[in-house]
Each structure stands twice: as C-alpha cells, then as structure tokens.
Design a protein around this ligand. Structure first.
Ligand code: ADP
Ligand code: ASP
Ligand code: MG
Length: 400
C-alpha cells in the first residue's frame, strides 16, 4: 500500500461531469489499496475569471485581497470533488491550506511553500478517508492567505508527496511531456522520461505544462513526478534524475517559447559594475526574474543595458529602476519579444548546437535581438511574428 498524491488541473475538473469522472478514478485507486490524496486546481477558467472580477473593481488590486479571492477557486473544486466521492459512498474530506498547515514565505502571488504540517492529512488517511486538498494556496507567517503563482497546484502536490513520502502523479489535458508544446507543433514527440534539470529549464522558459517550482522540489527531494492524461491508462512521462535514465544521445531534448516577457533597455548609463549590480540587486529583491541580459561596448564610459523580465512585473520594475537613470528618454521598452529556447543535457557534451541554430534562424530570415545560454540551454529573443516559423524550422531540424 502506497501513499499516492494525484493532482488534477483546471481543465480536468472544468465541469461537474468531469469532477464526477475524477471522483470515479480516485475511488478506483483507493479500491486498489492505496492511500489517496488529491490536489485540485480551480475549475476551468475560474482563476482567470476571478482576476477579471478584481480588475473590474480596480486596475491595481491589493495583493493580499487578490490572493484571498483567487484561493476561493480551489476551495470550490476541492469541496465539490469531496462531495462527488462521498456521493459514491466512499469517505472523503476536503482541506484548505490553512487546515493542513501549508506554510508559505515570500510575496503574495508568488509565494514559496516552506513546510506542511501534514498531521490532519495523516489522521484522515488513517481513518480511511480520501483527502482532497485545495492547490495553489498557502498561509504565510502573518496568517494571510497567499498563492503560489499561476500553475502552482503542481507545487502543492509535489510538496505534499515530499512531506508524506508519497508517489506523485500530475494529471492534465495532455498525455505526457512532449519535446515541444503539442499545441504549437503538431509533430512533437512524447518523451517517456525527462531529467529534472531539463524540465526545470523548459517550464521556466514557457512550457506551462508544469509549475517550475514543483520541479525544483522534485529534484531537491528526488521524488519522481509522473505526468499523464486524466482518467486514462495511456502511458505518460516520468520526470526524474538523469542518473536513473536511459540517455538518448540527442543534444536537444525540447523547445519552449514564451511571449510573456518584455525587454527593457536603459540607454547611456555609466559603465560601472557597481551600478549594474545594484540595479539587478534591487530588481531581484522584489523577486522579479531577470533572464536575458546584454550590454553594448562602452563609449566614453557609457553603455546601453538591456534585460528581459516577465511582462506582469513591468510596472513594478520600472518603479524600481527609476533611481538608475536621469531622463525618461533613456528608457526603451520592447514588448515584441518571443523568448525562444532549446534545452538538452546532451548539449553539455555536444558542440555546435548554437551555431546550427543561429545558421538555421538566419537562413530563414529570423532576426535575433538578444541571446543567453547556459550549459544546457540556448535562448534567443526573436520577433513574435517569427515564432511559428522558428518552431517549425528548429523542431524539424533537431528532430524534436
Ligand atoms: P493543468 O490545467 O492541468 O495544470 P496546464 O494548461 O497548466 O494544465 O498544462 C497543460 C498544457 O501544457 C497542455 O495543454 C499543453 O498545451 C501545454 N504544454 C506546454 N508545453 C508542453 C510540453 N512540452 N509538453 C506537453 N504539454 C505542454
Ligand atoms: N488555478 C491556478 C491557476 O489557474 C493554479 C493552478 O491551476 O495550478 O493558475
Ligand atoms: Mg498547470
């Protein structure tokens, strides 16, 4: 008998019919002899709808109250799933983050799970109950409700699996992890397994199939994460450590794109490492994630500095960087950015991936605005109109 933590995403619990289907699947797992904990997302587009309501009230909703509002989506679906299970004569109980002590730190809207009490979950399991947990939410040091960032229910599930030493299964509307988002490239190939590091890069670079923090936790505690289609036996993908993997000798495993970033350029600032580092420190202190950075060669000790950040953080970031320039015309904002990335641990040992990629982009008249690389990824910023062409060219040449 194992402890199994299953997570069902928004589209898998999008209607009452779907909630009833999930209830049946969960009950079958319980009948097979496992202790089952189910983490749920909000139904369908509920979170977007709630954000819409908040924006009708004000263009800049208070972050504490926004979290209080958004957390209601998962409370609703968890209670409905518990009801559906109980209606089929199995015992179940739904819990909010407060009731099972999911403690968070950090800011509203992007908080981190610090610890989970877990005692209530254990007690309910020992009473034979199926435990349903509202995903995406936590309680911070001040006792306020926080949320974990969009897609955060994956992280709730992995964190509970870590705490209870359980098996973690993420069920969604796609039957596994593909080399490219199958909605963006129809010939994408399903992967049997993928390394934590690769998945972490892909999810941070736009593959929204998994919340990147969930992969960090899986990797830290070495918990394999299974990703598969809801209510189906089709074999999905296991995210796990490379040492346990049948390595294929492919330099590139996957490709991800994101239109969620914006590039900021500050023109004509002093070429001084202290200025640059204190600018980036100020931005990082607000947990705004800077990804690509480029700087022009100094002329009269002055440089232009460009970097990308998530669009959602633009207004906050512009406030933070104000002390670093004198005039408004020193700032340029480029919203026409697609971050285009290829990822693969095979790149550690294979050379020539970057040169092949840039050659293919240039042969297809795709201009590159910025570039950044790590040992296992190459990212370039391109124009949004070139995205589809770039995906098709690169995915087919790298056999993704
Ligand atoms: P859920 O609501 O279940 O959390 P998400 O919408 O967050 O589901 O994630 C599932 C979606 O992720 C899929 O519908 C798919 O289009 C998208 N996706 C992006 N990249 C990938 C990828 N590499 N492999 C599979 N799915 C991907
Ligand atoms: N409901 C939240 C969202 O839409 C969290 C999640 O689905 O994981 O982002
Ligand atoms: Mg998701």
């Amino acid at each position: 008998m194992a402890i199994v933590v299953q997570k069902y995403g928004g589209s898998s619990v999008g209607t009452i019919e779907k909630i009833k289907n999930v209830a049946q699947t969960v009950v079958r797992r319980k009948q097979a002899g496992d202790d089952v904990i189910v983490v749920v997302s909000a139904m369908g587009d509920t979170t977007d709808d709630l954000i819409g309501l908040a924006n009708e009230v004000t263009s800049n909703p208070d972050k504490r109250e926004l979290d209080a509002l958004l957390s209601t989506g998962e409370m609703m679906s968890s209670a409905l799933l518990a009801m559906a299970i109980k209606a089929s004569d199995y015992d179940a109980i739904s819990y909010t983050a407060y009731q099972i002590g999911i403690k968070t730190t950090g800011q509203h809207g992007k908080s981190l799970i610090d610890d989970i009490d877990g005692e209530n979950i254990k007690k309910s399991l020992s009473e034979g109950k199926i435990v349903i947990v509202a995903g995406f939410q936590g309680i911070n040091e001040e006792g306020h409700i926080t949320t974990l960032g969009r897609g955060g229910s994956d992280t709730t599930a992995v964190a509970i699996a870590v705490k209870l030493d359980g098996i973690c299964e993420i069920y969604t509307d796609v039957d596994g992890i593909y080399s490219v988002d199958p909605r963006k490239y129809k010939d994408a190939k399903k992967l049997d397994e993928i390394d934590y590091e690769e998945m972490l890069e892909l999810s941070s670079l736009g593959a929204q199939v998994m919340h990147s923090r969930s992969i960090e936790l899986g990797q830290k505690y070495n918990i394999p994460i299974y990703v598969g289609l809801s209510n189906s036996d089709i074999k999905g993908t296991v995210i796990k450590g490379v040492n346990n993997m049948n390595m294929e000798s492919k330099p590139v495993t996957g490709l991800a794109t994101s239109d969620d970033d914006v590039a900021i350029t500050i023109r004509d600032i002093e070429s001084d490492i202290n200025t640059v580092s204190s600018l980036f420190e100020s931005v990082a202190s607000k947990r705004i994630n800077i990804d690509m950075i480029s700087q022009t060669a100094p002329v009269n000790n002055r440089v232009n500095l460009s970097f990308t950040i998530p669009k959602v953080d633009l207004s906050e970031c512009l406030e933070i960087i104000k002390p670093f320039y004198l005039e408004e015309n020193q700032i340029a904002i480029d919203q026409d950015i697609t971050k285009f990335s290829v990822v693969g641990i095979g790149m550690k040992t294979t050379s020539g991936v970057a040169s092949k990629m840039f050659k293919l982009l240039s042969q297809n008249d795709i201009g590159v605005k910025m570039i950044t690389t790590s040992e296992i990824r190459i990212t370039c910023a391109i124009k949004q109109k070139d995205k589809v062409k770039a995906i098709n060219v690169i995915a087919s040449e790298f056999n993704l």
